[in-house]
Design a binder for this molecule. Structure first.
Ligand code: HEC
Ligand code: HEC
Length: 476
């Protein structure tokens, strides 16, 4: 196992947690990474699949692009890798590997009239992680995806960029990577087919876990009928949560759950046991989130005060109580049954009996964590909720205005304009009516299995008073 020194943590700290979250990720580069020369070759040899350079790749898959800066002392920035992609140096060969950090999904560049900010921790509205996965699968299936061709191109790419690519290791790395990507293409074919054309900012987490669990336990882990789409959530509520999922399916110590998520990305269980302080450091970081941008327009204080009173009467029992600064004062995580919340059931039903059996295999969990379907969804912590659209567990509601619309009158087809300024009137992603060609950053959101727009009538039930509650939510 390759174990770069930067993953060694000698004592728990927020800084170490921040490094993992924003920059280095959990590690295990031989499983989760690609040797940098081969990464460059994939972009160069398959521009139709990946985009020809890291910037084009970032646009295609909804990552936050960074321009290469030759003067930077950060190799990731020198290489122009997007936020959340990192070069870690394999101590065994000296070769840099491209690995992913949490911020690849859990960061977003938010633009509003008059401002913009990259908010680390906010769920990405753009990321298309399954499409990125599919590009690797498609490349591995091409006839010209051969050891000879990729090996020759990698040697050229490494020489052109002065990347270490030692003669004693390069053949092994090419053979190993080609074999691993071909094998991965076979194992992930069903997942890729199932998630093709999925919506941006959404992931099929249970399905991704199912593949990893099947492999780790050697059992056949079945998918449910419909894809259990989940929006990448904001991690701002971490300190108040007791599970890490929209449906509360996985329980255990939070600092264990927070690293286990990377199991689905390929990290081996042994890595977690060898790096026991990663989770504790991530927990220390996530428990004290950095300050967030306030709602960028004046909020009518009298209206918000009335909204606060309404919130206490109609929302607080599920969503908790908040201080004047928007932080949680009192929140007890609960699961609201599907029959009560009425939102799309697919994510809550995504874990099949074979999934539950594999996920509770004591050889994997050592009894630390437990997976049990809950049949409902957790009311999210609402701190800084204004930035978070599209809302709901599947990102099914583009704005607070849509949540305030009676469920049967909500639009079932709408174009999300993800690159446009945030809509501060509706409080959400800018949208337009369907029709005409889709422009850059536009996505046609269609209600369907896993992406239904119904349920959660609570705000709409307040009728005209919903506006006051929305004004209050703008202050959180
Ligand atoms: C591929 C995108 C992706 C990556 C990479 C990723 N996450 Fe997540 N994360 C998700 C999704 C999707 C969920 C929601 C899962 C669900 O409920 O079904 C989630 C949920 C969470 C939550 C729960 C938030 C809440 O309060 O509801 C936390 C905390 C979290 N992730 C932390 C991390 C950390 C730490 C890492 C890096 C080690 C990471 N994530 C990497 C996509 C990602
Ligand atoms: C019975 C419990 C319950 C009540 C009452 C309730 N909610 Fe919710 N709320 C939920 C649940 C559960 C979800 C997640 C729904 C989903 O997507 O499946 C949610 C989601 C939301 C979201 C989306 C959050 C996000 O992170 O995307 C907002 C905003 C919201 N509720 C606001 C309100 C407001 C305002 C009220 C009061 C008018 C309210 N809720 C009343 C349970 C409740």
């Amino acid at each position: 196992m390759s174990d770069p020194a930067e993953y060694a943590i000698d004592h728990v700290s927020r800084d170490a947690g921040e490094q993992i979250f924003v920059r280095t990720g959990i590690g295990d580069p031989y499983r989760t990474g690609v040797p940098y020369p081969l990464f460059l070759v994939l972009l160069q040899a398959y521009p139709d699949l990946f985009g020809a350079d890291p910037q084009a790749m970032a646009r295609r898959f909804g990552f936050i692009a960074r321009d290469p800066d030759p003067a930077s002392d950060d190799p990731d920035v020198r290489a122009g890798l997007p936020v959340g992609m990192h070069l870690t140096t394999d101590p065994l060969t000296g070769v840099p590997f491209v690995v992913n950090a949490c911020a690849l999904c859990h960061a977003e560049r938010l633009r509003w009239p008059g401002g913009e900010q990259v908010i680390v921790g906010l769920g990405s509205k753009h990321v298309r992680i399954h499409a990125y996965d599919a590009a690797f699968v498609a490349a591995a299936r091409r006839d010209d995806f051969t050891i000879d061709r990729l090996g020759a191109l990698a040697a050229e790419a490494a020489a052109a960029r002065d990347v270490p690519w030692p003669a004693v290791s390069r053949d092994d790395l090419v053979v190993g990577t080609v074999a691993a990507l071909r094998d991965r293409a076979r194992r992930r074919a069903a997942l890729v087919a199932r998630t093709a054309d999925g919506p941006p900012g959404r992931v099929a987490p249970i399905e991704a876990f199912a593949v990893a669990l099947g492999e780790a336990t050697g059992t056949d882990v079945a998918f449910a009928d419909d894809v259990g789409w989940a929006k990448v959530p904001d991690v701002i509520g971490f300190a108040s949560r007791v599970t890490l999922s929209w449906d509360g399916i996985g329980e255990g110590p939070m600092d264990v759950l927070v690293v286990e998520a990377d199991f689905a990305a390929g990290v081996r269980p042994a890595w977690f046991w060898d790096h026991p302080l990663q989770g504790a450091s991530l927990g220390a970081y996530l428990r004290q989130p950095a300050p967030r941008p306030r709602f960028p327009r004046p909020v009518d204080a009298a209206l918000a005060a009335r909204g606060r009173a309404l919130f206490e009467d109609h929302c607080e029992r599920c969503h908790g109580r908040y201080g004047d600064d928007g932080r949680v004062v009192d929140y007890d995580e609960t699961v609201v049954e599907l029959a009560v919340v009425g939102t799309d059931p697919a994510r809550a039903r995504a874990a099949t009996p074979s999934f539950v059996a594999a996920a509770n295999d004591p050889a994997l969990t050592r009894g630390l964590t437990r997976v049990a379907p809950t049949g409902g969804y957790v009311p999210p912590v609402l701190t800084n909720v204004w930035t978070r659209a599209p809302y709901g567990h599947a990102g099914q509601w583009p704005s607070l205005a849509v949540i305030a619309t009676p469920p049967d009158q909500r639009p079932t087809e709408v174009v999300l304009r993800l690159d446009a300024d945030y809509d501060l009137d509706a409080v959400g992603v800018a949208t337009r009516a369907p029709g005409g060609a889709l422009g850059d950053g536009e996505y046609l959101a269609t209600a369907g299995p896993g992406l239904g727009v119904g349920g959660h009538p609570f705000l709409a039930d307040l009728g005209a008073d919903a506006a006051a509650v929305i004004a209050y939510l703008e202050t959180l």
